[in-house]
Design a protein around this ligand. Structure first.
Ligand SMILES: Cc1cc2nc3c(=O)[nH]c(=O)nc-3n(C[C@H](O)[C@H](O)[C@H](O)COP(=O)(O)O)c2cc1C
Length: 383
């Protein structure tokens, strides 16, 4: 299958499902508990309608914008995840290439499977670095210093993981990092020889954590369990974000907010941007869909900070709806995993191309030429 044969994000997802072992596909595709929030992200987008206008001269359209001062050719960014080589050996280097070619920002995750320095060396386009406020400020301080030295434009701090969400598919499948073939999943992996061959020599571990005391030590836990139990800090407060503000002078973004008051706290602590996100429904099950939470956050901080959105974005029309409701741009997570799994770098690039084409087409169909012409009057509830 050639990249051009995929026409939607869902096409890429179907191919990813065919290619990946169940354990890996479920790790990417799944959410927390009943996956109610994960599904709500989609149904809330679907419930919003447009109020299109015609004959307005939309022959020349432009989907470029700026995000916290960085010019981009597209309002779709790659959200921070980890260990992209689980999907394809191109991993984070391939994602940096795909984002660069499509004029997008790639947010490299603290849990990436390629060092933040190696991704920065490869990337032609702008990069942000995502981190968690892990216990003990020295780990975070070291990572901030490395991100600065490597030339990252912005820091994105994720606040919706006081503890890890309960992803029951992973528990049932025995998913761990590094992945381990055992009796439960050996049959599953053996049925995906192409995937096994593709990632055979890939290193699958959290390389940014090398040298962190205790990481990969003899605790008897898998690295993933060790991070989740020992590093995430349920005791953290907004003071930690204010502290991060003191040690980082570039743009600071807080990711994982759905409440307007939390958005205010983030901006009061020094954030320049917030990402309305529920982690793709992978953390708390039962929280609000992000597109539903967006207007409240925009009303609270939209005049003081840029508001971004992720979780459930699968169509260009979703991006148009989010921007109409006050978002500056959107991020996608699972869609680029599907792209990588389906076709490596070219598959991830195809995913961005599909969304960008859909955004452009939707703009024309609602009778607008540029993203800054989008406001609530584009939506069905506008009249
Ligand atoms: C496999 C996977 C790993 C993720 N890891 C992280 C992470 O380490 N840090 C983080 O802030 N968000 C992480 N996320 C959440 C994404 O940044 C993003 O919020 C989410 O994927 C958006 O929803 P979507 O997948 O529906 O687009 C992860 C998501 C996935 C699918």
């Amino acid at each position: 299958v050639k990249p051009a044969d995929f026409h939607t994000v869902e096409d890429l997802r179907a191919e990813a499902r065919r290619r990946l072992p169940r354990m890996v596909f479920d790790f990417v595709d799944g959410g927390a508990e009943e996956e109610v929030t994960m599904r709500a992200n989609r149904s809330a987008f679907e419930a919003i309608t447009f109020d299109p206008r015609y004959m307005r001269g939309v022959g020349e359209r432009d989907i470029s914008t700026t995000i916290l001062g960085t010019p981009v050719r597209s309002p779709v960014m790659l959200a921070p995840t980890g260990l992209a080589r689980l999907a394809h050996r191109d991993g984070e280097l391939g994602l940096a290439d795909a984002a660069g070619r499509e004029g997008s920002i790639f947010v490299v995750g603290i849990a990436s499977g390629t060092t933040l320095e190696a991704v920065a060396e490869r990337a032609e386009g702008p990069l942000w670095f995502q981190l968690y406020l892990w216990k003990g400020r020295t780990i975070v301080e070291g990572l901030v210093e490395r991100a600065r030295a490597a030339g990252y434009r912005a820091l994105c701090v994720t606040v919706d993981v006081p503890v890890l969400g309960n992803r029951e598919r992973d528990i049932r499948n025995g998913m761990r990092i590094p992945p381990k073939i055992n009796l439960r999943n050996a049959f599953d992996a053996a049925r995906r020889p192409r995937w096994l061959a593709n990632i055979a020599r890939a290193e699958l571990t959290f390389v940014n954590m090398r040298g962190v005391p205790g990481a990969g030590g003899n605790s008897g836990l898998s690295l993933m369990d060790w991070v989740n139990r020992e590093l995430h800090d349920p005791g953290a407060t907004w003071d930690e974000v204010a502290w991060l503000r003191e040690i980082w002078d570039g743009p600071l973004v807080v990711k994982g907010i759905t409440h307007p008051e939390d958005a205010r706290s983030a901006v009061d602590a020094g954030a320049d941007g917030v990402v309305v996100s529920n982690h793709g429904g992978r953390q708390l099950d039962g929280g609000p869909a992000t597109i539903t939470a967006l207007p409240g956050v925009v009303a609270a901080v939209g005049d003081r900070a840029e508001v971004l959105l992720d979780s459930g974005v699968r169509r260009g029309s979703d991006v148009v709806k989010a921007i109409a409701l006050g978002a500056r741009a959107c991020l996608v997570g699972r869609p680029y995993w599907y792209g990588l799994a389906a076709g490596g770098t070219a598959g991830a690039q195809r995913m961005l191309e599909i969304l960008n084409t859909e955004i452009d087409r939707t703009l024309a169909l609602v009778g607008r030429s540029r993203l800054d012409e989008l406001d609530p009057s584009v939506l069905g509830a506008g009249r």
